[in-house]
Design a protein around this ligand. Structure first.
Ligand code: PLP
Length: 180
């Protein structure tokens, strides 16, 4: 990539990642002056409503970015909340553990059914239902589960919840699949 082209690494789900191969882009900053890393407080930190995130940028980009960024693009309340959230890493560890266990619930279910899926380093699972995913979406919606269809034919994306929520969603999906 030419040096005058920016590479932006969008790491919204960075904190959820547990695999050893997850790239350490931070270590690349010294090597590549055209690299920007973006992270957010909207996901694992649960502060989406406060609209707060951050970017790690090369020194040379500080000034140009400061010129083009919108004025008052964050608030003191959001910054205080983000600072407090950063200090509570025990909460983050709890969320990562719960998420990893939740993914395992889905892997077990999908393995047992022989349904293909992508191993996830985020707080969602993306898998092949081998059926019309839009129909499944509607049936799950009627049971109170809002999932995501339309990303790939027959595939659903489902966000990891609590142990009980995952179990309920898996059971509901299983009963819909068995009805066909
Ligand atoms: C959530 C998310 C973001 C960041 O969202 P903000 O709420 O605007 O901070 C960025 N990229 C991806 C892929 C996301 O899912």
């Amino acid at each position: 990539m030419p040096k005058d082209v920016l590479i932006i690494s969008d790491e919204a789900y960075f904190e959820y990642a547990t695999t050893a191969e997850y790239p350490d882009t931070f270590a690349l900053l010294d090597q590549f002056p055209n690299l920007i890393i973006m992270r957010t407080f909207s996901k694992i930190y649960g502060l989406a409503g406060l609209r707060i995130g951050y970017a790690i940028i090369p020194d040379a980009l500080k000034e140009p970015l400061n010129i083009v960024r919108l004025p008052f693009n964050t608030s003191s309340v959001a910054q205080s909340a983000a600072t407090a959230a950063l200090a509570d890493q025990a909460f983050i560890e709890k969320c990562v553990t719960a998420n990893t266990e939740g993914l395992k619930q889905w892997y077990d279910f999908l393995d047992a059914r022989g349904l293909a899926y992508y191993k996830s380093d985020a707080n969602f699972i993306f898998f092949d239902t081998e059926r019309d995913a839009t129909d499944l979406f509607n049936q799950l919606l009627q049971k109170g589960f809002i999932v995501r269809a339309g990303l790939k034919p027959n595939w659903l994306r489902i966000t990891i919840g609590s142990n009980k929520e995952n179990q309920d969603c898996i059971q509901t999906l299983a009963s819909i699949l068995d009805n066909k």
